[in-house]
Design a protein around this ligand. Structure first.
Ligand SMILES: [Zn+2]
Length: 102
């Protein structure tokens, strides 16, 4: 009789690395950012936008650091402009609000 082993509780989850803190997390805990040519930075909630993408985790700090520093510029291989950084700051504020509600 073959011994019945408990099925592993966790299925394989796709993992992604945050461009700022370099932590690897399940994909759904990160947001994909896409910088298409001639477009401002976009938050890609569907994961289907075309263009060069990078991931940021849900830590507000990572979004602040992405807005202030060069980590995301490097990951996307672009120079982020003021409009792009405003998108990052808005998302940081949104995540901070969410944390306060929790
Ligand atoms: Zn992060």
């Amino acid at each position: 009789m073959a011994k019945k082993r408990a099925a592993p509780r966790r299925k394989h989850v796709p993992m992604r690395t945050c461009a700022v803190c370099r932590e690897t997390r399940p994909k759904r805990e990160l947001t994909r950012l896409v910088r298409a040519p001639d477009e401002p930075l976009q938050l890609d909630s569907t994961g289907k936008l075309a263009g060069r993408g990078a991931y940021l985790c849900d830590e507000p700090d990572c979004w602040h650091r992405a807005a202030q520093g060069k980590a995301l510029d490097k990951a996307l291989k672009v120079e982020l402009g003021e409009a792009d950084r405003a998108v990052l700051r808005a998302r940081a504020a949104e995540l901070e609000t969410r944390e306060m509600d929790a």
